[in-house]
Design a protein around this ligand. Sequence first.
Ligand code: THU
Length: 159
Amino acid sequence: MKELELNTKIKVCAFEEFSIEDRELIDEARKATARSYAPYSKFNVGAAVRLADGTIVSGNNQENAAYPSGLCAERTTLFWANAQYPNMAVDTLAIAACNEQGELERPISPCGACRQVILEVEKRYNRPMRIILYGKNEIYLIEDGVKALLPLCFDSDFL
Ligand code: THU
């Protein structure tokens, strides 16, 4: 039997190690948590994307009394960005979250459905996204796209 090893490279960084542009994006994601609509989970997630031309778009999770009708911050933000700027690749995505105690200590990680949507956006623009997962104590930087978070992924190449 052969063994297949799948490697994931994630950088663990402090806020000060990021460029001014990345810090600005992280702060936009953090600020977006305050505008989230999460009366059921009380878990406020914010996301911000920097597009290829430098435009920043942010969004957050939008919940619903019929729970599955709500949407995560990452998808709200990416769908909004793609709806408004259909010809613009996404360069970097930053995500942050707060619970009732405040900002999370460890980096927030996107759910499976959001990872799949990130993959689709990367394929659509033929460009891997930089992904920044914010936590108060440490921040993860994924430099080469969502595949690091989604091994053996399903994309349009299979169709
Ligand atoms: N949520 C996000 O918005 N993004 C994530 O990466 C994880 C979860 C939202 C969905 C729901 O509104 C709340 O957080 C609790 O799951």
